[in-house]
Ligand binder design. Structure first.
Ligand SMILES: CC(C)(COP(=O)(O)OP(=O)(O)OC[C@H]1O[C@@H](n2cnc3c(N)ncnc32)[C@H](O)[C@@H]1OP(=O)(O)O)[C@@H](O)C(=O)NCCC(=O)NCCS
Length: 181
């Protein structure tokens, strides 16, 4: 029944939390890292082995300045990160995220982005601009950013080449002054 599903989704949303990655997240991480549907619009290739996935958690996820696991209760169901810039980009951070496809369409990614926005500008007082580039074909991700209050700034034509083709990217941003004012 639709009404029942809605209530259930609402309960799930209130159970969404973010925390740092841990080596013990490997099995949950494999669920989305090995899924073509998840990697399709992403620069990273689908993971094919547990060793490779363990390498990511150890060498990239844990040392990353701000990469969090999206948890539903105790289970890790996705990841979300803010990567700080340097040089002329020192006031900027780039947002990225991915979610286990079993949990798509419930508002979970939007909730995770809102949690990040609600904490990152206070955690990093130097941060003036949070930006995200989305493949023009990735309509679900564009919707997430719109729902989280990001501004769609424009389309960067043939901005990236990966997995055999050039892609237009849609540029989204949220400024600390948008959020804090
Ligand atoms: C993009 C992604 C994070 C979305 O997660 P999610 O939890 O399903 O997102 P939400 O439920 O919060 O919101 C998705 C919105 O997009 C909409 N949507 C999803 N697919 C769509 C499509 N193909 N066309 C149009 N809208 C779409 C949904 O209807 C929903 O909007 P609504 O609430 O107005 O109905 C998830 O699909 C994912 O992990 N994709 C693979 C990795 C990826 O693309 N990461 C982002 C790289 S920039």
């Amino acid at each position: 029944m639709a009404g029942h599903d809605h209530d259930h989704d609402h309960d799930e949303i209130s159970e969404i939390t973010l925390r740092p990655f841990d080596l013990s997240d490997i099995d949950d991480f494999m669920e989305w890292a090995t899924d073509e549907k998840v990697s399709h619009f992403c620069i990273w290739d689908t993971y094919t082995s547990r060793e490779q996935a363990m390498g990511f958690i150890k060498n990239l996820a844990i040392p990353h300045p701000w990469l969090r696991v999206i948890c539903l209760g105790e289970k890790a169901i996705g990841s979300i990160s803010v990567t700080p810039g340097s040089g002329i980009s020192e006031k900027k951070g780039e947002l990225g995220y991915a979610l286990n496809s079993k949990y798509w369409g419930k508002g979970i990614a939007t909730r995770a982005v809102k949690i990040v926005v609600g904490t990152i500008f206070r955690e990093w007082p130097n941060l003036e601009r949070l930006e995200a580039f989305v493949d023009a074909g990735n309509l679900g991700s564009q919707r997430v950013l719109e729902k989280a209050g990001f501004y769609k700034e424009g389309v960067l034509r043939k901005w990236a080449f990966f997995k055999g083709r050039s892609r237009d990217a849609v540029m989204f941003s949220l400024l600390s002054s948008d959020f804090l004012s």
